[in-house]
Design a protein around this ligand. Structure first.
Ligand code: 3H9
Length: 707
């Protein structure tokens, strides 16, 4: 019907195939093509029913997200799916949607307008729009409750999680699972129902009656808690609730209004940016897609502590057998017990079955020796953060590993080149910095040493995806992207204490900004002793006369390491609930007095600017030095590894929204007040401001230049 949608025939059944790679998004031309094919099939007297199917790996992943920016900037008119869906639903001949891969967003909305849906066993359906800061905008909030019931529709539209094929059938979203050839099965199904009367989803109201209204109140409460600061989930609940009160047409009108409000918000811009950011970080200018990759069929991890155990779980979750080595039986048993406990908790929460847990446990081989390490395709070192120890372990890895084995370090701060120097194959050495808890956190910082081979980098990026991580490439420097930026952020949080803010004010202010936790609460969670140890290791690098934070070290000297000792910046009860620690407050005043720091009233605005612009300034420095490839790479790191609010897009996106000239002016103000050693503006930031540009402009230039 056009180059994106084809019409063919299998006797009396018309087959409409959407072919818009990579994910059959509803880009301009696709809805028009479906409409033309539908009209043509309806007009053809030889056709009794239609099947709509997607070419390639998926049915339809939704509206074309790239179009939203064009719509809000006035470049293109609104995506008009509503009339197409009515035409499908009003077709006098039955329409069967054949779903494989994903029917997401507008894809599910198209599918629900049909009279029947068949689905492949591995497929998923979902309304993930809230993850983009919007709500379903083509009748999803009205048709889904009619098929799946109101409670499930609220859950799917407000929280965005997909539903697998089996559940879709049980819920009534799909009619039948088709194992084997989907098109063949769908055509056979279409023949079966060709003479049945058409069932219009919008006319079905049986699941809208006698709805327990507490569903909405409970969902709102959950959304306020788990999607803090985000209006889209609440708008989605309002829209689904309207299906129980308004006619289909009126419900759709409300949905459209709420969709528009969300679409034009800054939050949706930030979340859409974050979505494309995750795709962008995979593209590395000097490593083309054609770069050969090593096959990873088996892995080994050294160190069964919190990180090592979590990393081993990632491999087992991906179906990759993994050996887990420790130096003592006691540590090994402890590590395996934690893994078992974590898996058991997932089974209890219904995330996977007991059989799946047993299989994952079977894939992890605990051991005290290097036996079998010679067959591993990758060995990940996850020992204590000490250069001496890591070099010793890498020396051992070098001896046992086969030549094609990748040697990865989970270091969070140390120099990868120095670690690599302990081996005879620095080209095979790379950083795989997982984030704690490694089995949960999505970020994987892949750290490139100066000798790391391109194939090893390409393999690491692909492996990241297989382990269901967001892999971001970083250059080698102390702390890489995430932790290097975190240092000035934490520094400012502590300086603010010394200058007069309370622990609670600093934490609450950053929490209210949207961070998952305040900076001092994060330090207490991570353990103050970790930073203390690192600071001691790097003491020789400190510039004499430059102010350093004093409170954390003093707390450590008192044995207050944070949550694990029950005391740190805050006090913690047995359930790790925080409360103010008056002794810490006294200590802070004492430290300030000793250091001659004057105390004053600190406002929340100053807390936000000091902490965030310290982060942004360091980010700009990383960009200028080429440690981070693009500003979006930094943002993806912060969104996936550090609890930065996704709806603010990340620190660099946030700086663009504030205006880089304003950010620079504030940094210059802090420089005057606190000195150039702490606050000299990053040269790249100065350059962008002088050229009237943004970080987004910088990224565009970088991507275009490398294309
Ligand atoms: C919506 O539907 C609103 C409606 O209510 C209608 C309103 C009127 N558009 O993720 P991948 C690109 S809102 C444009 O690596 P995977 C992606 O950027 C939409 N592009 O593949 C990447 O590009 P590149 C609701 C899209 O196999 C490439 O495709 N739907 C879209 O790991 C491959 O993507 C969603 O939110 C899109 N919709 O995962 C679903 N989707 O090659 C969003 C993907 O340049 N998509 N791209 O790097 C997904 O969740 C995943 O892409 C999916 C495939 C699970 C489908």
């Amino acid at each position: 019907m056009n180059e994106l949608v084809k019409l063919s025939r299998q006797e009396s059944i018309a087959v409409i195939t959407i072919d818009n790679p990579p994910v059959n998004a509803l880009s301009p031309g696709v809805p028009e093509g479906i409409r033309a094919a539908l009209d043509s099939a309806v007009a053809d007297p030889a056709i009794k029913a239609m099947v709509v199917i997607g070419a390639g790996s998926t049915f339809i992943a939704g509206a074309d997200i790239r179009e939203f920016g064009k719509m809000t900037s006035g470049e293109r008119p609104r995506i008009a799916l509503y009339p197409l869906l009515l035409a499908i639903e009003d077709s006098p001949k039955p329409v069967v949607m054949a779903i494989h891969g994903q029917a997401f967003g507008g894809g599910l909305e198209v599918a629900m307008a049909a009279h029947y849906r068949v689905i492949a066993p591995g497929a998923q359906v979902g309304q993930p729009e809230v993850k983009l800061g919007i709500i379903p905008g083509a009748g999803g909030t009205q048709r889904l409750p009619r098929l799946a019931g109101v409670a499930k529709a609220v859950e799917m539209c407000a929280f965005g999680e997909p539903v697998p094929a089996q559940e879709a059938v049980a819920l009534g979203i799909a009619d039948r699972i088709i194992a084997g050839d989907l098109l063949e099965g769908a055509v056979a199904f279409a023949r079966e129902i060709a003479d049945q009367p058409a069932r219009k989803t919008r006319g079905r109201t049986e699941k809208l009656a006698n709805v327990d209204t507490s569903i909405f109140a409970n969902a709102r409460e959950l959304a306020r808690k788990t999607r803090r600061g985000q209006p889209a989930p609440l708008a989605a609940i309002d829209a689904v609730e309207s299906s129980t009160k308004l006619s289909f047409e009126e419900g759709c009108k409300l949905e459209t209004r709420l969709f528009q409000e969300c679409l034009y918000s800054n939050q949706s811009k930030a979340l859409i940016y974050a979505f494309f950011g995750e795709c962008a970080v995979n593209k590395i200018p000097d490593i083309p897609k054609s770069t050969p990759v090593y096959e990873i069929r088996s892995a080994a991890v050294i160190g069964a502590g919190t990180m090592g155990g979590g990393i081993a779980m990632n491999y087992a979750n991906a179906g990759i057998p993994v050996r887990l080595k420790e130096t003592s039986q006691e540590a090994l048993d402890r590590g395996m017990a934690i893994i078992r406990k974590n898996y058991a908790a997932s089974v209890q929460k219904g995330r996977f079955s007991q059989a799946a847990m047993d299989e994952r446990m079977r894939l992890i081989a605990p051991q005290l020796s290097y036996e079998g390490f010679d067959r591993a395709d990758i060995i990940v070192e996850a020992v204590f953060e000490s250069m001496e120890l890591k070099k010793q372990v890498f020396g051992e890895m070098d001896v046992v590993a086969k030549p094609s084995c990748i040697l990865a370090s989970n270091t969070s701060t140390l120099d990868i080149d120095q670690i690599a120097s302990a081996t005879k194959r620095p080209h095979m050495v790379i950083g795989h910095h997982f984030f704690s808890p490694a089995n949960v956190m999505r970020l994987l910082e892949v750290v490139r040493g100066k000798a790391t081979a391109k194939e090893v980098i390409a393999t690491s990026m692909a492996l990241g995806k297989r382990l269901k991580k967001v892999a971001v490439l970083a250059g080698n420097c102390r702390g890489f992207i995430g932790n290097r930026m975190l240092a000035p952020y934490f520094r400012e949080a502590q300086f603010l204490l010394e200058e007069g803010a309370s622990v609670e004010l600093v934490n609450q202010t950053m929490y209210d900004f949207g961070w998952a936790m305040g900076p001092l609460a994060v330090s207490d969670l991570a353990g103050l002793d970790v930073g203390w140890r690192i600071r001691k290791e790097f003491k020789h690098l400190e510039k004499p006369g430059v102010r350093v934070p004093l409170v954390a070290d003093r707390l450590c000297e008192m044995g207050h390491f944070g949550q694990k000792t029950g005391r740190g910046f805050s006090r913690y009860d047995e359930n790790r609930r925080p409360s103010p620690d008056s002794e810490t407050a006294v200590l802070i005043e004492e430290v300030a007095r000793e250091a001659g720091i004057g105390r004053r009233t600190i406002t929340p605005d100053e807390i936000v600017d000091r902490c965030l612009f310290a982060l942004v300034n360091e980010g700009a420095r990383l960009l200028g030095e080429g440690i981070a490839l693009r500003a979006v790479d930094i943002d993806v790191v912060y969104l996936n590894g550090y609890g930065f609010p996704a709806w603010r897009g990340g620190p660099m996106f946030y700086a663009d929204t504030v205006g880089l000239n304003k950010v620079l002016a504030r940094i210059e103000e802090f420089e005057t007040r606190h000195g150039s050693d702490l606050w000299s503006p990053a040269p790249l930031l100065q350059q962008l401001v002088s050229e009237g540009k943004t970080f987004a402009n910088y990224d565009q230039k970088g991507i275009l230049a490398s294309a």
